[in-house]
Each structure stands twice: as C-alpha cells, then as structure tokens.
Design a protein around this ligand. Structure first.
Ligand SMILES: NC(=O)c1ccc[n+]([C@@H]2O[C@H](COP(=O)([O-])OP(=O)(O)OC[C@H]3O[C@@H](n4cnc5c(N)ncnc54)[C@H](O)[C@@H]3O)[C@@H](O)[C@H]2O)c1
Length: 332
C-alpha cells in the first residue's frame, strides 16, 4: 500500500461503515495492524479480517475517544453521520457526530508525538458550485446541516494543524458507490438506483435528470486516495476525492440499463429540486501526488450488480432537504 510503514498502528474510525469496511480490508490485506473504532455493538462486528481488532467507542465522548486512540499513530477519521436526510431530521445528532466527534479525534491526537490524521470530508461543503470542475479553492457554502457539520470538522482539523502542529490532511469525497453500503443509511444515487432496478421497481430520480450531474467515484478509488493522502498529503491541505468525470442522472440510468441488460423504468420527482446542480471534481491536486482513479462507471456498476445479487434490500431513505418535504418523494 502506497508508502504507509507497516509498523504503524492504524485506527479507522467508522471502520464498520461503508467506506470504513473497504479501507480496513485493504489495510489488513497489505499487512497492517488495524484498530476499528465504531459505535456499533460488538455483536454486529462479524468477521473482521485477521490483524484487525475492534474497539467500541462513541466519538461524541471525549474520554472514550482519547482511550480508543491511545496507541494509534495513524488515524483515518471516517466515523460520522453520512446522511443528509438524517442531518435535516436530527441536526443535533449530525453536528455532535460530525463536528464534535471530529474535535474529539483532533483533541485526542493533540499531544501524541508523530501522530497523523486523515479526515474524510465531503463535497457537500461546496454547496451549489458556481464553476466547473470544482477545485479545492472553490468557495465553500454548504446549504444544509450535513455540509455545515462536515465543514466544521474541516475547520477544526485545520485549526489543530496551525495551533498544535497536528499532522493532518483532509479528503473531500464526491459521490461514493460500491460494495458495502447499508441501505438504511445510504442516500447516494448509484446504490439506490441499482437496488430499485434489481427489484423490478422504478428508479426514483430526484431533481432534473439532465441538469443534475454528479462525480461518482468507486469506493476502491476512495480507499486509494485516502491512503495516498495519509502517505503524501500536506498538513492542513484539502484534496478532492473524485474522478473528474461528470455524469448526469439520465446518463447514470442509461448506464444501468446498458450493463444490466434491461431498460430501467423511472419516475421523476421534480418537486424536490434543491440539489439540481452540476457537481464534478477537479482532481489535479491529488493527481500531482500520484492519484489515478481506475474504476470506470460501467465496470463499477457491473461489479456492484454482481455483488448485490438479484433481490437486494431496497433503499430505505427518502431524500429530504427541509422537513416540509417529508412525503414528497413518496407521492410520485
Ligand atoms: N458515502 C458517501 O457518498 C460519502 C461522500 C462524502 C463523504 N462521506 C463521508 O465519509 C465518511 C464515511 O461514510 P460512509 O458512507 O462509510 O458512512 P456509513 O454511515 O456507512 O459509516 C459511518 C460509520 O460511522 C459510525 N459512527 C457513527 N456515529 C459514530 C459515533 N458517534 N462514534 C463512533 N462511530 C460512529 C457508524 O456506526 C458507521 O459504521 C462519513 O464521514 C461521510 O461524511 C461519505
């Protein structure tokens, strides 16, 4: 794995989540000792790979966080609320998890000589972008609680870099897809669309299918990007984690039809248009460190269809930006 010394004790917060599981597997396969930290109960841990240990901790609690990270010298901080809908419905939970949780991680590492931190943030910090592709110096202007709590986490990391010399860098992920998403929490299009389509259900498209575009990045490319940031990212710097490929929702539906061999049925929810805007990453900065996203969308979709099987659990999360929209997505 790119330049990460095997001697380090690596902690992955949120290591039982979608991105976390994929990262932990890759780190363990490369021979690293990995400590998974998560809030989930130990009976749900299941079969973690060899060399991986589990520590239950709630990162909203400063002392639990400190104890759980006591012997880690490289921390990938992935734990958080990853759902925009949850952030709208329970903004306090969102803020305590994403903002306070990130503060607790930084504070736990503050006095640890040589500790290194990689924080996984989100492109939702950009809000509705104004120029394209979106580079890291684009203004940040989140428009719902999730983006605000993730941005607060970023500012906290940067403040600890400046004030305490913490060695930390930030990845801003675009829209991640791949194996391991929990349909109870996942609201991103690729997983949702496939889960509807493979159950013979119509795909619910939220927003304008042509004007709304996204940069869909396979989770294995996120894992590669995160490890590269850990190895070579500069302290205090932010790196976009995307592909640079822009895909409209209509193109995504067409790609699903192409790789699955059956034309998807769609229903368009044009009532909820809050997130109808273009979103595509400029990844020049990470490319300069050697990053090269390698999974094309068609290949990623083909693999995911195989992974999900014939009747995966259907999506369980509505897309809500304001409480008044509750029910709008179901009334198509
Ligand atoms: N999935 C995406 O498309 C996407 C895009 C951009 C950024 N991100 C960010 O990536 C990170 C991981 O996302 P994911 O998709 O794997 O999410 P996920 O919901 O699958 O995993 C998050 C994990 O964090 C754990 N967690 C939640 N609260 C916790 C707490 N208080 N203490 C300890 N653990 C806690 C959960 O139990 C879960 O295992 C998140 O921080 C998210 O904001 C995700």
């Amino acid at each position: 794995m790119v330049g990460l010394p095997v001697s380090r004790v690596i902690a992955v917060t949120g290591g039982l989540g979608f991105v976390g599981k994929n990262l932990v597997q890759k780190l363990a396969a490369a021979g690293h000792q990995v400590r998974v930290l998560d809030i989930e109960s130990e009976d749900l841990v299941g079969d973690l790979p060899a060399r991986v240990s589990y520590r239950k901790a709630d990162l909203r609690d400063g002392s639990q966080t400190r104890e759980a990270l006591a012997d880690a010298d490289l921390v990938f901080h992935l734990a958080g609320n990853s759902s925009g809908t949850v952030s709208v419905e329970n903004p306090r939970l969102d803020f305590e998890t994403n903002a306070l949780g990130t503060f607790n991680v930084c504070d736990a590492l503050r006095h640890k000589e040589g500790a290194r931190l990689v924080y996984l943030s989100s492109a939702m910090t950009y809000g509705q972008p104004r120029h394209f592709p979106v580079a890291e110096d684009h203004p940040v202007a989140p428009y719902y609680p999730y983006g605000a709590s993730k941005l607060s986490g970023e500012f906290t990391v940067k403040a600890f870099v400046e004030t305490y010399g913490l060695s930390a860098a930030i990845g801003r992920a675009f829209v991640i897809y791949g194996p391991g998403e929990d349909p109870r929490r996942a609201g991103a299009e690729v997983g949702q669309y496939l889960r509807w389509h493979m159950n013979g259900l119509p795909i619910e498209v939220t927003g304008d299918p042509d004007r709304k575009t996204r940069d869909f990045i396979h989770v294995s490319d996120i894992v590669a990007g995160l490890t590269l940031i850990a190895a070579a990212g500069e302290a205090g710097e932010v790196y976009n984690l995307g592909t640079g490929e822009e895909t409209s929702l209509r193109e995504l539906v067409a790609a699903i039809g192409r790789v699955s061999g059956s034309v998807p049925e769609t229903v368009v929810n044009d009532v909820v248009t809050d997130d109808t805007y273009r979103l595509v990453a400029d990844v020049t900065k990470l490319r300069a460190l050697g990053y090269a996203p390698s999974v094309q969308l068609d290949k990623g979709l083909t693999d995911l269809i195989q992974h999900l099987g014939d009747h995966p659990a259907p999506p369980m999360l509505d897309t809500i930006f304001r409480p008044s929209q509750r029910g709008a997505a179901g009334s198509l």
